[in-house]
Design a protein around this ligand. Structure first.
Ligand code: GAL
Length: 600
């Protein structure tokens, strides 16, 4: 472990002590390993009630959904996790939590106690997994924002059903006593309960101050403190489970630099606020995750939120949009969590949710999130390198409400036009042999073509960064601007673009083999001894040049002035490479590791 990482852990431990005074010393000090790739090797698939029902559902809705998942063949396609989401609490009790039995009658036990074990066992006996929900603060989202009758009751302390100060007890209850497999941890409790809120002023709830998330204001938020709380829950959850690592789904809506720390405390994290069943919202949530391919891979996934397939502008009367939505989520390896009423789902929508070729794109074992190859106002092309050699999933997205023609050259996806190329349209179910070197599609308004392209690599021995994002991780973001909110397109590190989204150019064309980063950043590339030599051009993106460094398996192999000259690294047997960009300054915020190629 590098000194920097150790220092970071030390800083986290100090912050934790300051924030979570209610936690025991032992809890703060025991370090736990982060989630492993095998704890969620491919993006999660399942069902959640929230988009279908808001807060208006009960145990029957959950049971019905579970039965439908089985009966409709969805479970066998991989949709296994059934979440109960918010609003299940009656009150916190000294050693446990009382469940709202008017909603969950099967939770009623002898002597007036309650338990979710019967519900969890039912789900398990159906071959499904069970997910519960909590908040990282003292109170929940529904307590703050919903007006339903089913809110926690009792004294102020009893109504503090969130996990703050109770991580160990709650993790034990959820995983060890009740047997859940997953917890979704929301964050309203650390965002929306300041003393300025009327419900706090009026004494209904205790203030949580300072808030750890000030929505849309990263400079006023406290990402390190929030990361510590999630880390603390993760440790408790690991301690509470025996056979498998727990699944933790972080719901901090893309705030507080969750990309930096999410993978240390969970296997997936939301990149934006709640998706709505309209086109604009689905594009918005897609955009919050799509540029972040360097943050995803087996065991760590960007989560643009639940599917709206089957709802609103994605219902049976909008099949083009529904297919587009599904294609977008699949090509960026997003979790696929159905959130429509499966009792009423139409056959056409089911065909979309069940398309095995689309699911195979999402669930491809290489775990590469698709990379944006080109992006214009109306059209966008995203390419996901699949595990089968020479095979790519390509999404050609018409974001607009007029017809559009989009094209893609085979060389842009590193395939040869000298060998046969098969193009499979996974929605139409047609396979054609490509004539020529360009794939062209004519798209209806809001249509996405999802293609599986199978050919021969253009260069037998070379691999490019956009073909292996799952092997790349960002260790340090480096320079962080104050407007890095979920609705700004600032991404600390990405392929082909600088953090603010300007394409990285080489000889007037976009260099899609470049990694654009922030000044002062560190990225790691898992080579696993697979490559012999790497070519790259470290390029300062301003007049300030600075010095970059490269480490192989922790040892410095190159420290030079970033003057834009190409360099070669000899990396035979090297497992990991670390690229450290020159430190930043006010006029020097981004940097590019350009024209990267990895040779076997
Ligand atoms: C939101 C969360 C939603 C849903 C809701 C429940 O904060 O993003 O996915 O869980 O809370 O109240």
């Amino acid at each position: 472990m590098s000194t920097l990482i150790l220092l970071r852990y030390a800083a986290v431990a100090i912050v934790l002590a300051a924030v979570a005074t209610a936690q025991s010393a032992a809890q703060q000090l025991s370090p736990a390993a982060p989630p492993t790739p095998s704890s969620l090797p491919t993006p999660l698939m399942g069902w959640n009630p929230f988009n279908a029902f808001g807060q208006n559902y009960d145990e029957h809705s959950i049971d019905d959904a579970a039965q439908q998942l089985v009966a409709l063949g969805l479970r066998d396609l991989g949709y296994r996790f059934v979440d109960i989401d918010d609003s299940w609490w009656l009150r916190r009790e000294p050693e446990t939590m009382a469940i709202r039995t008017n909603l969950y009658p099967s939770a009623r036990q002898a002597h007036g106690t309650t338990s979710f074990r019967p519900l969890v066992q039912r789900l398990h006996s159906m071959g499904l997994k069970a997910g519960i929900y909590t908040d990282i603060g003292r109170n929940t989202c529904s307590q703050r924002w919903e007006k339903t009758a089913n809110m926690p009751e009792g004294t102020q302390a009893q109504r503090e059903v969130g996990s703050f100060g109770h991580q160990q007890a709650d993790a034990h209850l959820f995983f060890s006593e009740w047997g859940f497999d997953l917890v979704k941890i929301d964050a309203c409790g650390v965002a929306d309960y300041t003393s300025a809120a009327a419900v706090v002023r009026g004494g209904t709830f205790r203030a949580f101050e300072p808030p750890l998330i000030v929505r849309g204001k990263p400079a006023e938020s406290k990402p390190e403190d929030l990361a510590s709380l999630y880390a603390s829950f993760w440790r408790s959850a690991v301690n509470a489970t025996s056979e498998h690592l727990p699944i933790v789904s972080i719901c901090a809506w893309g705030e507080d630099d969750v990309n930096d720390w999410g993978s240390r405390s969970g296997q997936m994290w939301r990149t934006s606020y709640d998706v709505k069943a309209n086109w604009k919202s689905v594009l918005y949530n897609f955009d919050s995750a799509a540029p972040r391919s360097l943050f995803a891979g087996p065991g760590r996934w960007n989560d643009p939120d639940l599917l709206e397939v089957g709802n609103g502008e994605f219902d049976k009367d909008h099949l083009t949009e529904a297919r587009a939505h599904m294609s977008m989520w699949a090509v960026i390896a997003a979790p696929l969590i159905i959130s429509t009423d499966l009792r009423k789902v139409s056959p056409a929508i089911l065909d979309i949710l069940r398309n095995p070729e689309v699911l195979a794109v999402d669930q491809d074992p290489a775990g590469n999130q698709g990379v944006i190859l080109s992006q214009a106002q109306d059209g966008e092309t995203v390419v996901k390198t699949l595990s089968h050699p020479g095979t790519k999933a390509v999404a050609l997205i018409n974001r607009s409400d007029h017809p559009l023609t989009l094209s893609l050259g085979l060389s842009e996806i590193h395939l040869s036009s000298q060998a046969p190329v098969m193009v499979r349209d996974v929605w139409r179910g047609t396979s054609t042999r490509l004539q020529g070197a360009t794939i062209t599609v004519q798209l209806m308004p809001k249509e996405t073509a999802l293609l599986r392209v199978e050919g021969t690599p253009l260069e037998n021995k070379a691999t490019f960064p956009d073909e292996m994002p799952a092997r790349i991780r960002v260790l340090e973001d480096g320079f962080k601007p104050n407007d890095r909110t979920p609705d700004r397109q600032w991404v600390p590190a990405r392929i082909g673009f600088l953090p603010y989204g300007e394409p990285i150019l080489h000889e007037n064309r976009q260099d899609t083999s470049a990694i654009g980063v922030a000044a002062g950043s560190r990225i790691q590339i898992d080579l696993h001894g697979d490559f012999k030599r790497i070519e790259l051009t470290p390029r300062a993106m301003s007049s300030a040049v600075g010095t970059y460094s490269i480490f192989a398996d922790g040892k410095p192999i190159q420290t030079r002035s970033a003057n834009g000259r190409a360099t070669v690294l000899h990396v035979e047997h090297v497992q990991t490479l670390e690229l450290v960009a020159p430190a930043g300054g006010p006029d020097h915020t981004s940097f590019a590791w350009a024209q990267l190629r990895f040779e076997r």
